[in-house]
Design a protein around this ligand. Structure first.
Ligand SMILES: [Zn+2]
Length: 236
């Protein structure tokens, strides 16, 4: 019986401790994403998970799981953005969590140095420029990613599994075009659920004035290219 009392009081004290230390527990959670030194030339950018540790990331270009099938980022392990863009992304995450607490934004790409953009472009040199432009923006024009003001993003569930958007990340087929969703829905090539998932992503991102582009459901610009060029310096 005494043993039971002991166990009971231990439980009470542990429970009481965890209640009174909720704030502290939250702090531990926040510290889970350890800051790492920023890549050279990106010291002025922010790691989005330092702004909001609930954001999930999967840096596809730091792996071979991308449309080129090879590692393109050797020094970029996190998602870096201009601070004001990262703050807006954190607000989008909060907007999503208000209606879907178990969901999270899952970010695939943020800053993409011009040199990497150029390498992507050059490796596709067997294709004519118009075709190449479908895979990757022409480095001569610059991508908003080169200014750390664009994000490639989806939504994932509580297990980190991305929602079904009817086409994968970096899928260059027309099925990935937001501009053709109504057509593909009518033809039964996209389901209502897939379109609803894309609409949720757009609603969440547009709540903070991010703008989607017509050919990629995952790409959002924080500002139009013209404005970006006046606000920020390109990341070489
Ligand atoms: Zn993009």
């Amino acid at each position: 019986m005494i043993r039971f009392f002991l166990l009971f009081s231990v439980l009470i004290s542990v429970f009481g401790f965890s209640q009174t230390n909720k704030k502290q527990a939250k702090k531990v959670e926040i510290n889970k994403v350890k800051p790492i030194p920023k890549p050279k030339g990106m010291e002025h950018l922010v790691d989005i998970q330092e702004i909001d540790p609930t954001l999930k990331i999967d840096v596809k270009y730091a792996t071979t799981d991308n449309f080129m099938g090879k590692i393109l980022y050797f020094n970029i392990e996190r998602i870096y953005l201009q601070k004001e863009v990262a703050l807006r992304l954190a607000k989008s995450q909060a907007f999503l969590k208000k209606t879907h607490p178990k969901y999270s934004l899952l970010v695939y790409d943020g800053v993409r140095p011009l040199s990497v953009q150029q390498a992507m472009w050059d490796s596709l040199d067997s294709l004519p420029p118009v075709q190449r432009g479908k895979f990757v923006s022409n480095p001569a024009n610059g991508s908003v990613h080169n200014y750390a003001a664009a994000v490639d993003v989806t939504i994932c569930d509580q297990f980190g599994k991305p929602l079904d958007m009817g086409a994968g990340y970096d899928d260059i087929r027309e099925i990935a075009y937001p501009s053709l969703e109504a057509k593909f829905l009518a033809e039964g090539k996209l389901t209502k659920k897939q379109v609803a998932n894309r609409k949720l992503l757009r609603r969440v991102m547009e709540s903070q004035q991010f703008k989607n582009i017509p050919s990629e459901w995952w790409h959002f610009n924080a500002f139009p290219r013209k404005i970006v060029k006046t606000k920020y310096k390109i990341i070489p």
